[in-house]
Every structure is written in C-alpha cells, then in structure tokens.
Write a protein that binds this ligand. Structure first.
Ligand code: PHE
Length: 344
C-alpha cells in the first residue's frame, strides 16, 4: 500500500467536488462497504503480526487525512450554499415601496352618515327597516286607498300577492307607531333603499330615501318647517333657501312639497333648476289622522309630522356630483374623491 498515492487520490477527488451530493459519493467510494479505506481495513487479518501495528498506524493516518479533508470541504460547501441563498433572496431596500390603495366611503353611505349625525344631534333615533314589505305597511296603514296609482303593478315591484319591494321608506312610519306599544312620543329617521318600476334614463329602479317621523302632543306645521330649515341649512349651507308648496300625499294632511335653492346656480336660475332657482327635494306634511289611528295613536291627543327625501339628490347637492348615474357606476376615479384620508 502506497500511502502517499492514496492521499493524493483523496486530495484530487475531493478538491474537484462542487456539491454536497458528490462529496457524499466520494465518502462512499472510500469508506463505504466496498470503499478503498474499508478494504484496506479488512486486509489487516492477512498482515503478519509484527507488521500489524505499523499497518494500523498507517490506516489511521489515511482515515484521519480523509476525515479532515472531508469535513473542511463539507463546511466550505455549506457556507457557499448559505451565501448563495442569502444573495438570491436579498431584498433591495432602496427600491421604492408599492403604494397601498385604500378604499373610500361611498357618497351614498356618507350622506346617510351625515344626515344620521345631524338628526341624532336633534334627539332622533336612527332606525332600520325591511326592504321586503307587505301591501299592508307600504300602503294600507298609510291610508293609500285601493286603486291608488302607487299600488299599480306598473309602479311597484310585487313579489307575490302579499309581498313587495318597498316603494317608499314611509313603511317605517307604520312600523314605528305599531312597535311603540306604550304609544309614547316618537322621533325617528329611517334611511334606506327603495324600489320603483321607473324606466326612463334618469330614474333608476333602486334609489335612496330617508324618512322622518315625529309624533307628540302639540306638534305643528311650524315645527316641520323649522326642522326642515335646520336640516337643509346644516347639510347644504346657511345660504340654502327652503320653499314650501302645497301638495298631496294620502298619509299626510296638509301635505307639502319642499324645494331647496338650486345648488348649481344658488337660486339665480340655470339649466339644472330649469330657470326656477329651486329644486324639489322633499315630500312632507302632518301625519293624517287615519294613519295615527291605525298606528294606535289618538289623533285628538297626538299630532305629528313626517317627511321623506331622496338621498341621491341630496348627495348630488352636497358633493357637487353633476350626474346621478355617477352614484351607481362606481367609477373608482369618482369614488377616490371621497377618500377621507387626512380628514379624520
Ligand atoms: N313617501 C313619499 C314619497 O316617496 C314622501 C313623503 C314622506 C311624503 C313622508 C310625506 C311624508 O314620495
């Protein structure tokens, strides 16, 4: 056995190794079952007794040489692998970050929030109602007679004989009176969606309304006027003018239609307000005695007022949205303008 030659072979084999897999193959070549060093170990039996000691020392020398070189190379390869990984996975912290796109509050939700806050500050409760209703609450309890055009299937979405999609938030008047079992005073608003079978280009099947109802002793039309004036001025600005015109609703008597000075021209007259300076925004009136009676209130003791307004128009007024369709097409460029960042 030429010890120097074996060492040279080991050195040559190991120095060319570039991966841990190949290094392990070399270990098998030398120390495996049929490996070079293993075979030398097995041959010790054939060595004469007096040479055994020297042979053993030599074997240990070769084994030590192999193990040293093997471990050194293994450590080196492991280090190289770690360095390679670090380099590949490195993050360039000098690159600009990706901006986070945050959502914004939809003008429709925002107008509801603002109106709710305003009425809550005047002591009103904000209540929710059902969008699926019955003829009873949408019409009958609101004194809408049989044969009234609003009951026509051309105006209202009927689900079946009994159920329909509410065509007005006034349904909540009937519910609020019925639900108040003590028949104590009521002061509520109810914002929500309503549905009508309007089919032209400027009306959508679904739109927003907010209903208001106040019932107490000695409530008068003057209270209604004062309330709506505060509402209009707080929401749209102190310069907003409010105009009442006589009107008709089956559930109020007397009834009024309420116009607000045009948000576009401020009342001077323009194409939006058809040169009148005003835009019709609310329906309102004193709660009809029949409606009070059906709700369990004695009309000789209690009076009340109610009003209903379209949320879409108010949002257009308030946020200067020129086209009602912008409220429903969800164009991100429009919605982004309602980002509240920096506002809170
Ligand atoms: N519900 C009526 C409408 O949708 C508005 C209204 C509400 C009128 C309350 C009077 C009182 O047109």
């Amino acid at each position: 056995m030429n010890i120097e030659e074996i060492k040279k072979n080991i050195e040559e084999d190991i120095s060319s190794v570039i991966s841990l897999n190949v290094l392990n193959e070399i270990k098998t070549k030398y120390l495996g079952k049929n490996g070079v060093i293993t075979s030398l170990q097995l041959r010790i039996k054939e060595i004469p007794a007096e040479e055994k000691k020297e042979y053993g020392i030599m074997l240990n020398d070769i084994k030590g040489f192999f193990n040293d070189l093997f471990e050194k190379t293994r450590t080196k390869l492991l280090e190289e692998e770690v360095n390679r990984k670090l380099k590949d996975d490195a993050i360039d912290i000098t690159l600009p970050g990706e901006g986070i796109i945050s959502g914004s509050i939809h003008p429709f939700s925002r107008i509801i929030e603002e109106i709710s806050d305003l009425f809550a500050s005047m002591g009103y409760d904000v209540v929710d109602g059902n969008e699926i209703e019955t003829d009873e609450y949408c019409f009958k309890r609101l004194n809408v007679p049989d044969g009234h055009p609003a009951r026509d299937a051309q105006d209202t979405f009927y689900i079946d004989e009994e159920f329909l999609l509410r065509s007005q938030t006034s349904t909540q008047q009937a519910h609020a009176m019925e639900d108040n079992s003590e028949k104590t005073p009521i002061r509520i608003i109810c914002p929500g969606k309503v549905y009508r079978r309007d089919e032209d280009a400027t009306h959508s099947h679904q739109f927003g309304q907010v209903e208001g109802l106040v019932i107490d002793k000695n409530v008068s039309l003057a209270d209604l006027k004062g309330t709506l004036e505060i509402f209009a001025k707080k929401l749209l600005g102190e310069n907003t003018k409010v105009r009442f015109r006589p009107s008709y609703f089956p559930f109020t008597e007397p009834s009024v239609e309420v116009d607000l000075s045009c948000f576009k021209c401020g009342g001077k007259g323009c194409n939006l307000c058809k040169q009148t300076g005003f835009i019709e925004v609310l329906g309102a009136g004193m709660v009809h005695p029949n409606v009070l009676k059906m709700g369990g209130y004695d009309p000789d003791v209690y009076t009340g007022f109610a009003f209903g307004t379209g949320l879409d128009r108010l949002a257009m007024f308030k946020y200067n949205i020129p086209d009602i369709r912008y409220l429903y097409t969800n164009d991100i460029r429009m919605l982004k303008q309602f980002d509240r960042k920096g506002e809170e």
